[in-house]
Design a protein around this ligand. Structure first.
Ligand code: CAA
Length: 379
């Protein structure tokens, strides 16, 4: 059993660490305040090979493993959860093409995203269907050699900034999951219109929106997989990307611990540094052990996927465990900082706000428990 990262991953980790120190940390608070989209920073990440990492070498990409993506994501998340979500959103958006696309589609769309800086959004959730994917309402009506898409997608990361959208719609609502299809839709397709940008609690540097599809005509050549395979493509995509959310959580929790270690050594109460108090030490110890456990679970899951194993259960475990741990770590960090922690003068309140979203997106942590329990019970 080998737990060490190889030289290639260590070099990648170093690149991601320097990018985070130089490009992300200095601007994170400002973009959190303004809610603006840091496009130039995301582009820099792409130029350094830190985004769209899943594109295989035969299509001009790095073909990085899921483990490699987790290493990158953990580092950038130390700098800003919102910027990390925007950087890794490309891998989420591209994964349906990897999972369900034929050779021609992979060559066309993955090749395009390897050659040029593009943002890709994954359009699954709807205002009335977040957890219940099989219940989504957006229609895909067959018309000759085309499909016509009508409906609205919700909480779409990079929804107003993307050049390309991978979109899930149903041919027949009564067929539930068996009716779903997946499509690639370029931004300039008539009828596709990004809607209202959400004013979020945390991860404010990521662009989260409604996206409207009003009579959007898509050639059959842009359908991924066969008719009815959309649900499987969505699930297999999420199996691949949930460990990255686990890694994002590890990065945020690590930052919380780092901030707390520095603060508790400086801050004095009752005549000594608060790091001397066991009540504080126990919180620090819990953070440290949960970070290690989260990373192990996340990287084991990534390794399983890279080895070609089915990893739905581990993927849900990694996402659920790591994001719950990061939530606890960041709440405790605010507690340790006391009144200071509740102000925007210190970085820990942002970590707490950013952490909350991770328990909700890419499947709520209640849905992760559903997946785990079903696998346990063989359902
Ligand atoms: N891989 C392959 N096949 C799978 C699968 C998987 N991981 N999971 C299920 N399937 C198959 C099942 O075997 C079943 O196959 P059959 O047709 O042969 O029976 C079929 O798919 C239906 O499966 P279920 O009966 O389990 O389906 P369900 O309707 O009960 O739903 C669910 C399951 C786990 C709740 C699923 O709907 C789910 O994961 N929901 C959460 C959705 C989610 O994560 N959304 C996040 C959106 S993305 C986002 O947040 C990103 C962003 O931009 C911020």
């Amino acid at each position: 059993m080998e737990f060490a990262l190889d030289d290639e991953l260590l070099a990648l980790q170093d690149t991601a660490r320097r990018f985070t120190e130089e490009e992300v940390i200095p601007i994170a608070a400002e973009f959190d305040r303004s809610g603006d989209f840091p496009r130039s920073v995301i582009k820099k990440a792409w130029e350094l090979g830190l985004s769209s990492t899943c594109i295989p070498p035969e299509h001009g990409g790095l073909g990085l493993s899921i483990l490699g993506s987790c290493v990158i994501v953990e580092e950038i998340a130390r700098g800003c959860g919102g910027i990390t979500t925007s950087v890794m959103c490309n891998d989420l958006g591209l994964s349906p093409i990897l999972v369900g696309g034929n050779e021609g589609q992979r060559k066309e769309w993955l090749g395009l995203c390897a050659d040029e800086f593009k943002l890709i959004s994954f359009c699954l959730s709807e205002p009335g269907a977040g957890s219940d994917v099989a219940g989504l309402q957006m229609s895909a009506e067959k018309d000759g050699n085309d499909y016509v898409l009508n409906g609205t997608k919700a909480w779409i990361t990079n929804g107003g900034e993307a050049d390309l959208y991978t979109v899930f719609a149903t041919l027949d609502r009564s067929s539930r999951h068996k009716g779903l299809c997946a499509f690639v839709v370029p931004r300039d397709t008539p009828g596709l219109e990004p809607g209202k940008k959400e004013d979020k609690l945390g991860q404010r540097a990521s662009d989260t929106r409604l996206v409207h599809f009003d009579g959007v005509r898509v050639p059959a050549a842009q359908r991924l997989g066969e008719e009815g395979q959309g649900f499987r493509i969505a699930m297999e995509t999420l199996d691949r990307t949930r460990p990255m959310i686990g890694a994002l959580a590890v990065g945020i929790a690590r930052r919380a611990l780092d901030e707390c270690l520095a603060y508790t050594r400086e801050r004095k109460a009752f005549g000594s540094a608060i790091a001397e108090f066991q009540a504080v030490q126990f919180m620090l110890a819990d953070m440290a052990k949960d970070i290690e456990a989260s990373r192990l679970l996340t990287q084991q899951c990534a390794w399983m996927i890279d080895e070609g194993m089915r990893a739905s259960k581990q993927s849900s475990m990694a996402k659920c465990f790591a994001t719950d741990a990061a939530m606890k770590a960041t709440i405790d960090a605010v507690q340790i900082f006391g009144g200071n922690g509740y102000t925007k003068e210190y970085p820990v309140e942002k970590l707490m706000r950013d952490a909350k979203l991770m328990q909700i997106y890419e499947g709520t942590n209640q849905i992760q428990r559903v997946v785990i329990a079903r696998e346990l019970l063989g359902g």
